[in-house]
Design a protein around this ligand. Structure first.
Ligand code: ADP
Ligand code: MG
Length: 337
């Protein structure tokens, strides 16, 4: 007789969680993505002890019915893609169907969800179902993750200070806010509001909420397109500089991505306008056919592979450089004699 056995689901989920759930901010990321995918326009994130004790996300999105509320915690369960064709045309932030299963396997989860017709309450511990019953009818989803990593002590030990962990979540929420100015976000840590946006739809207003009014006044809009890509956003005047590339926020079809080559191109667009070692503040939105953008690179979905990369880089460089050059050379308004 052979010695190989198939793992049970809680065990395989725990292994998958190692890749998706690195720290409290990874949980915030997956749950806020779900809230956005569900069409939420007001999304609240409440953290206790930087998320280690508790992470709660409340949205006013579509919610789930009783059956889906349970199924959502199964591995590979998703409402977002159904076939291979969809996989190459991802239009949602999620698609892997593994975030909830992974998160649930390393925490204690309480879920209230309602699609407006029925309400459901689900509770799990370490990925195992504790309770599933009818619940409140408030449309939307309210999910709370308690005691993250309670059953994976090694991961718990690896975490940095609370300040660092909280910093990761604040940084993440800032990017969500910049990418979705039409969504009203609120981030509350132990009763204190850390970030709040209006959801008015104006990026400039979010820039002001995050970086302050005086910076927002020095951000200039840009826009450009080729056959395949459209870029738009805001770029700081050269008088504003930062020490690192953390202030260059890149979004591809609404997804915050880390892409060294694009960030570098943005920096190059400022060549001669900025000292070489300084960096600008830039919000860059890239829109393109999802077919050209492959996000199925890593479970955290923050890396991306792009087709027609050269065309995009040239567009980014030309559009931002043009905007900066004309702002810097703006005609001096003549003083009346
Ligand atoms: P994915 O987002 O990749 O589909 P998840 O494990 O994050 O996988 O979620 C599984 C499914 O649960 C989603 O496809 C969605 O149908 C449902 N779901 C999760 N969170 C929410 C939410 N906040 N509102 C409505 N549906 C949700
Ligand atoms: Mg998801």
């Amino acid at each position: 007789m052979g010695i190989i056995q198939l793992m049970d689901e809680p065990l395989s989920n725990k292994i998958a969680a190692g890749e998706v759930v690195e720290r409290p901010a990874s949980v915030v990321k997956e749950l806020v993505e779900n809230a956005i995918d569900a069409g939420g326009t007001a999304i609240e994130v409440l953290l206790i002890e930087a998320g280690l004790t508790s992470i709660q996300i409340i949205d006013n999105g579509a919610g789930m019915d009783a059956e889906d509320a349970l199924l959502s915690f199964s591995r590979h369960a998703t409402s977002k893609i159904t076939n291979e064709h969809d996989l190459f045309r991802i239009r949602t932030l999620g698609f892997r169907g593994e975030a909830l299963a992974s998160i649930a396997s390393v925490s204690k989860v309480t879920l209230h969800t309602s699609d407006g017709i029925s309400g459901t309450f689900v509770q799990l511990e370490g990925g195992r179902l504790v309770e599933h019953r009818p619940g409140s009818l408030r449309k939307g989803t309210d999910i709370r993750i308690d005691q993250l990593f309670f059953n994976t002590p090694a991961r718990l030990k690896y975490l940095k200070t609370l300040q660092t962990e909280l910093g990761h979540s604040i940084d993440l929420m800032n990017r969500f806010a910049l990418s979705y100015p039409g969504v009203a976000f609120k981030l509350v840590h132990e009763g204190k509001t850390v970030l709040q946006t209006s959801g008015s739809g104006e990026i400039k207003r979010v820039i002001s909420d995050i970086y302050g009014v005086s910076i927002a006044k020095k951000m200039i809009p840009f826009e450009g397109e080729t056959q395949d890509y459209k870029v738009s956003g805001y770029a700081s005047l050269p008088e504003i500089t930062r020490a690192n590339k953390n202030y260059i926020s890149l979004f591809v079809n609404g997804r915050w991505v880390k892409h060294y080559a694009i960030a570098n191109t943005v920096h190059k667009a400022y060549h001669t306008f900025l000292p070489l070692e300084r960096q600008p503040i830039v919000i860059l939105n890239i829109q393109g056919d999802p077919y050209l953008t492959d996000v199925n690179v890593h479970p955290a979905k923050q890396q991306i592979r792009l087709s027609k990369e050269k065309e995009l880089m040239d567009l980014v460089h030309a559009t931002i450089r043009q905007a900066i050059s004309s702002a810097v050379r703006a005609p001096v308004i003549e003083q009346p004699k």
